[in-house]
Design a binder for this molecule. Structure first.
Ligand code: ATP
Length: 427
């Protein structure tokens, strides 16, 4: 680790195919490329220009041909690694590139015109999000507009946690800003883990896949570019079933398995009858940093904060007030079960996981993050995507008024709101 001090500027020379791995501390840190070429997770960094990296960011500057990097500021750690799996990753990219070109050359044919649908799987902290990002950025650099699908509802990188989402990637992903949020397609589950309602999670994954399928059918360019699907690190038991469900729902054609022999052989075995699906094992990078539950929790809060306030506190959300009667809030699944007396003799009361349960407005809603559905009727809520999110800051029972934070001023884009268990304490 570098120590601080008045002059903390230093240079690091990287040989070809090496990377500089950095964990940013809580204090300001910046770097720039002095000579050669280098990239951060698949996105080239411009020469000479200082890049400010946010606190706690963990990343690597990789060079294919050699580079000199200048750093300014203290870090938690920084070290150079000459062993990385980058060559195997870029080889995957080259294969995908070939498939995209083939797809582009067969516009009329509905099967052949479909580019690769890649799903990245592996245990927690195996580098799935990072590999997804590199594959997307390399494709975008070559002019493709691949679709990024994020099924990781614990640590989503498209929008806030608790969602499954998709968005086209039109440019290499900015190492600091992340995924641009123009018009993502977002479905709200409302919990940071699917286990809170597994069936509802599956419904949303299916909806997202079907909506993308429809979009692709009218857009040859997106279709040929294909998709990269990032998944959760939950790979045992129900988590494994959810992976199989996702592979099926999105008709994945390439399954990239990071860092786990056992998962790879299980998937190879169950998918062996599907000649159109390739299961490929890839090495995990030694640079991937493990995150404990506390760090993950903190990252979730950070994502919600970023939604309302922007990465650099550059957004100003609005505090709005609505009457109880203006909003209809629903919870999905669970809720009060039918009383035994209302059921046929012998039937056991079960909670329908996708039942719509109206929620009474009371102070239990304080500090919860709700999604604003595009649904026009309550029946459409389960299958509708969401426009955005609000955060409840006050409930006045006497005057029947709700105060909430929204990214913009004025009326909400819909009156139906979905609530789960996603909370946030503004700090
Ligand atoms: P999850 O279990 O949340 O799904 P994941 O498998 O997607 O995690 P990543 O998010 O890709 O893992 O990586 C974990 C952390 O390690 C991230 O902070 C990422 O920026 C960092 N990281 C990944 N690769 C490297 C590397 N080569 N050098 C330094 N840091 C890295």
């Amino acid at each position: 680790a570098a120590s601080g001090g008045p002059t903390s500027i230093r240079q690091v020379k990287l040989d070809k195919e090496c990377e500089l791995r950095i964990e940013v501390a809580e204090t300001p840190f910046r770097l720039r490329l002095l000579t050669g070429t280098a990239e951060i997770f698949g996105t080239e960094i411009p020469p000479e220009i200082w890049l400010s990296l946010p606190p706690r960011l963990k990343f690597a500057v990789f060079t294919w041909y050699g580079a000199t990097i200048e750093m300014d500021g203290t870090t938690e750690t920084d070290y150079t690694a000459d062993e990385t799996p980058m060559v195997s990753y870029v080889n995957v990219h080259a294969v995908l590139e070939g498939r995209r070109n083939r797809a582009k050359a067969s516009p009329g044919d509905s099967d052949a015109s479909q580019g690769p649908r890649v799903i990245v799987v592996g245990p927690t902290d195996s580098g799935k999000s990072t590999l997804s990002r590199m594959l997307l950025s390399w494709a975008a650099k070559q002019g493709w507009k691949p679709t990024f699908v994020d099924l990781d509802i614990g640590q989503g990188s498209i929008t806030i946690p608790g969602c499954v989402a998709a968005t086209p990637i039109e440019m290499p992903i900015d190492p600091v800003e992340g995924i641009p949020l123009e018009m993502p397609l977002v479905y709200f589950h409302g919990h940071p883990t699917p286990s809170a309602n597994v069936d509802f999670y599956k419904v949303l994954v299916k909806e997202l896949a079907q909506t993308l399928e429809k979009q692709f059918s009218g857009n040859a360019e997106s279709r040929a570019a294909g998709m990269v699907i990032n998944t959760m690190g939950w790979i045992d038991g129900v988590g494994y079933d959810l992976l199989l469900h996702a592979i099926d729902a999105f008709s994945a054609s390439v399954v990239l398995v990071l860092g786990q022999e056992k998962l790879c052989s299980m998937l190879k075995d169950v998918l062996k009858n599907k000649p159109n699906v390739d299961v490929v094992k890839l090495q995990k990078s030694g640079g991937v940093v493990s995150r404990n539950p506390k760090v993950r929790q903190r990252a979730r809060g950070g994502r919600i904060r970023e939604y309302f306030y922007g990465l650099a506190n550059d957004l100003s959300p609005h505090s709005n007030i609505a009457n109880f009667s203006d909003l209809s809030i629903y919870r999905i699944g669970g809720g009060p079960q039918a009383p035994r007396s209302a059921l046929p003799i012998g039937a056991e009361p079960t909670a329908d996981p996708t039942r719509l349960v109206p929620v009474n407005i009371n102070r239990d809603l304080l500090h919860l993050v709700l999604a604003v559905s595009y649904a026009k009727e309550p029946e459409q809520i389960i299958s509708s995507n969401v426009a955005g999110f609000i955060y409840i800051t006050d409930i006045d029972i006497q005057r029947r008024k709700i105060t909430y934070l929204a990214p913009c001023h004025g009326e909400l884009p819909g009156k139906y709101l979905i609530v789960g268990s996603l909370t946030w304490v503004e700090t």
